[in-house]
Ligand binder design. Structure first.
Ligand code: HEC
Length: 209
């Protein structure tokens, strides 16, 4: 303020210069610090990756069901889901996976300790009336002297079309039941109702310190 007053004769241009310098400094400062700004971008990208995983899974499954019914879609679900997760992981240099509240595939679908915690948080928030689509669970964990890992989980909710393979015994055709029994002798992923929490998409990535 003092400077502006004392430089009254060239007031406008000088104030303008001050503004420009101020802006430049704040831009440089933001770029120099790999703090919240950059991590905020990583967070947004992570959200988008989880959303892409959910969208691609749902679309691929729907197309397979229309093409050859639930019996044929089993194979698609088994191979396509890990393929979509892998291609998103490679593309974005992150790790994408999916887990279930009650798993069908004991090798891929069982949640680890952190994922179990995320699913429990989802269950209690849904029970409290929150919409699954609005919920996410995020934690930044120090995994080494210089490493921070961002862990992100987003609910997978059962849709009506999923009941053909995850619903009640009456909703699953004998053919599908037979094939599932052969492929997954310890299948726990049945008796789900539409709207119920079925699992989570998980994205993990390293953040710059
Ligand atoms: C055509 C049958 C079929 C349909 C329809 C289907 N699934 Fe699955 N689902 C499977 C099979 C088979 C697996 C096990 C895949 C594997 O081997 O990893 C599975 C696994 C999963 C898993 C991973 C956890 C686990 O249990 O192993 C999730 C999550 C899941 N399904 C959610 C859904 C959702 C949500 C829908 C509806 C949008 C759906 N599924 C529809 C057959 C199906």
């Amino acid at each position: 303020m003092y400077i502006m007053l004392s430089q009254k004769h060239t007031g406008i241009s000088f104030t303008f210069k001050l503004l420009v310098v101020g802006l430049l400094l704040s831009v440089l400062n933001a770029n120099a610090q790999p703090g919240p700004g950059r991590n905020e971008l990583a967070m947004q990208e992570t959200r988008d990756i989880a959303a892409a995983m959910l969208k691609e899974l749902s679309q691929t499954l729907q197309a397979a069901m229309v093409d050859g019914g639930a019996v044929n879609a089993i194979g698609v679900c088994k191979t396509k889901a890990p393929e979509i997760a892998m291609s998103l992981s490679m593309k974005h240099q992150v790790q994408v996976s999916r887990v279930g509240t009650r798993a069908r595939n004991p090798d891929m679908g069982v949640p680890n300790e952190w994922q179990t915690k995320a699913l429990a948080k989802f269950e209690s928030r849904i029970a409290a009336g929150d919409k699954p689509y609005d919920i996410e669970y995020v934690e930044v964990i120090k995994t080494g002297a210089y490493d921070l890992e961002l862990r992100y989980a987003k609910p997978i909710v059962l849709q009506p079309m999923c009941t053909a393979c995850h619903g009640s015994p009456e909703q699953i055709s004998p053919e599908v039941k037979g094939k599932l029994a052969k492929l997954y002798p310890n299948d726990k992923a049945v008796n789900y109702k539409p709207g119920e929490l079925r699992g989570a998409v998980i994205v993990s990535r390293l953040l710059s310190h």
